[in-house]
Design a protein around this ligand. Structure first.
Ligand code: SF4
Length: 324
């Protein structure tokens, strides 16, 4: 069913571009950057970096973002879509901030869909119920709803300022939409020490709210003081904790990155950054307000960054705490 729904987003040009990306990636792994960088097949575009919650470990919610706050300019967004529509398969309408705080979210979804680009966004679910008409009219293809606790006590340990009932209300409204209007619904559960005992209850929610997929996700932490949030079950933690309380990624870092080649991230103000781990745009590669994405991805700045990731990823701080 999902495949049938999404077939309209596939084209020969997009398949050919994927082949070019794969070829570029293969060469980059051997240090060869001699060919043109193809356009990305997916992009994250930030509708807004403003948020309604103050989640622990989220630089945006905690007010620690150094970049200005704002909302996407629709003219710039439309230009981006029109320039990339032939090769872009998927647009992810979130980065930092809560997408449903953006008044033009429905417009961004509808415009991408009109241009045959698959659309998705992730939400904390607090404003979902009141925006159900937006969902019904704009018809996003895929929604990720974050629910990291099943009671107010467990939920608000991470989602500071939220109410778990608001998320349940949103899921209820989504489940009541007719099948044709209902997006593919994914429930994301960040596993922490304070909620890991609730995992077994998620299957009941899946049935109750007609959820298509449940994803158990490991959390990203930034400092030793956050180690207590990590779950006991090692399966759900990306870090190993040493005896003195330090943490490090379990997975060894390989100097390569598929995400950087196949995707791109655009901040609300048009700044292009390598990936969603660069929350503060510390590695700005260009701005689509003054250059095309093609120019940015073929600039010295971009190639130098790719070269660094593919030769010595350890030297880049965001890449050191990345599970890619
Ligand atoms: S942090 Fe570095 S390795 Fe991770 S996705 Fe971004 S560029 Fe790639």
């Amino acid at each position: 069913m999902r495949l049938v729904r999404n077939i309209r987003y596939i084209s020969l040009a997009k398949i050919w571009n994927l082949c070019r990306l794969q070829a570029f990636y293969r060469k980059a792994k051997h240090g060869n950057f001699s060919t043109e960088v193809p356009p990305p097949s997916f992009a994250s575009y930030e509708p807004t970096n403003i948020c309604n919650l103050s989640c622990e470990m989220c630089p945006s919610g905690k007010g620690q973002l150094k970049r200005p706050r704002g909302t996407a300019d629709m003219k710039l967004y439309r230009k981006f879509i029109l320039e990339n529509r032939k090769t872009l398969t998927n647009i992810i309408l979130h980065f930092q901030g809560e997408p449903l705080m953006c008044q033009q979210l429905g417009e961004t979804i509808a415009f991408a869909r009109q241009n045959r680009i698959h659309t998705m966004f992730s939400t904390n679910g607090q404003l979902l119920a009141q925006n159900i008409d937006l969902i019904r009219n704009a018809r996003p293809d895929h929604i990720i709803v974050s629910l990291d606790g099943l009671t107010d006590e467990t939920y608000t340990k991470y989602r500071v300022g939220g109410k778990v009932q608001n998320v349940f209300d949103g899921l209820e409204k989504l489940s009541q939409l007719p099948a044709k209007e209902r997006p593919y619904t994914e429930l994301q559960f960040l596993v922490f020490s304070h909620n890991e005992h609730e995992i077994h209850e998620l299957k009941n929610l899946k049935k109750k709210y007609r959820i298509d997929k449940i994803t158990l996700k490991s959390a990203q932490i930034y400092e030793n003081s956050q180690v207590d949030f990590l779950p006991e079950n090692q399966k759900f933690s990306r870090y190993a904790v040493t005896e003195n309380g330090n943490f490090q990624l379990k997975k060894g870092l390989k100097s390569q990155c598929k995400r950087l080649i196949f995707g791109t991230v655009v901040c609300f103000d048009g700044r292009v950054v390598p990936c969603c781990f660069d929350k503060d745009a510390d590695h700005e590669l260009g701005n689509i307000a003054s250059q095309s994405l093609h120019k940015i991805r073929n600039s010295k700045k971009y190639i130098d960054f790719v070269n660094k990731v593919f030769s010595n990823r350890n030297e880049i701080s965001i890449c050191n705490n990345c599970s890619e």
